[in-house]
Design a protein around this ligand. Structure first.
Ligand SMILES: Cc1cc2nc3c(=O)[nH]c(=O)nc-3n(C[C@H](O)[C@H](O)[C@H](O)COP(=O)(O)O)c2cc1C
Length: 207
């Protein structure tokens, strides 16, 4: 009996000691060994990849991270299509080039940056939070990918060309009412670009 009392007393002391540490101090303690912050700060857009699609098991984990993003009222107002077969990607690119005759076909096709795995994200324009939902999903995808050694680049330009091509859209098969909003190229990196500068003066505390 005495032993149990001693163990319980020890647990109570240990718990109260950890709860007693001020939250701000705890946060500072965690900064030094924080893999999330390390992933966020080291991620860069990758535009050169080895010619190998991302393993599907790895992709599934990355996509799970994507759909676990915060999203308005948990409506999950996104649809995601993954293309990792070169023949399918080629078909989509050809349809897009044909649908944009004012553009050089190589420019249209090059907008995908030759990423071996391509994610197409569509949003629900009838819901005002949907673009934000899709952005958060995309960031979760890119950060989790980076944490697993997979590079990525967020791509806005393919969407402009894609919208003109019913054939390319038909391949992707989004539900009625969903329209593409962003693409994400993914693959194993074949470059290590420098960080681009950020402007901290855009952020202000209001006192
Ligand atoms: C909404 C959005 C659209 C983008 N579109 C393109 C694009 O079409 N082509 C491209 O090469 N990069 C594109 N990027 C990548 C940005 O150029 C890149 O994130 C930015 O220059 C900062 O560099 P970093 O990602 O390496 O930090 C896009 C990024 C975002 C968020």
């Amino acid at each position: 009996m005495k032993r149990i009392e001693t163990v319980i007393a020890g647990l109570v002391i240990a718990l109260s000691a950890s709860c007693g540490q001020p939250a701000a101090e705890k946060a500072k303690d965690m900064e030094g060994k924080n893999e999330v912050i390390e992933t966020i700060m080291s991620r860069r857009s990758i535009r050169k990849y080895i010619a190998e699609p991302v393993d599907r098991e790895v992709m599934n984990r990355i996509l799970e991270c994507g759909i676990n993003a915060p999203n308005g009222m948990n409506k999950q107002s996104w649809e995601v299509r993954v293309v990792d077969k070169p023949a399918v990607m080629e078909e989509i690119k050809n349809f897009m080039a044909a649908a944009n005759p004012d553009m050089d076909p190589e420019t249209v096709k090059g907008c995908f940056r030759d990423a071996p795995t391509m994610i197409f994200v569509a949003n629900d324009p009838s819901y005002d939070c949907s673009p934000v939902d899709c952005g958060l999903l995309s960031e979760n995808i890119m950060l989790s990918a980076w944490s697993l050694g997979v590079g990525s680049v967020c791509l806005g330009s393919p969407v402009r060309f894609l919208k003109n091509s019913p054939e390319a859209l038909a391949i992707l098969g989004f539900s009625e009412g969903y329209t593409p909003i962003i693409c994400i190229g993914l693959g194993y990196p074949d470059e290590s670009p420098e960080a681009k500068p950020r402007d901290m003066s855009k952020v202000k505390f209001i006192d």
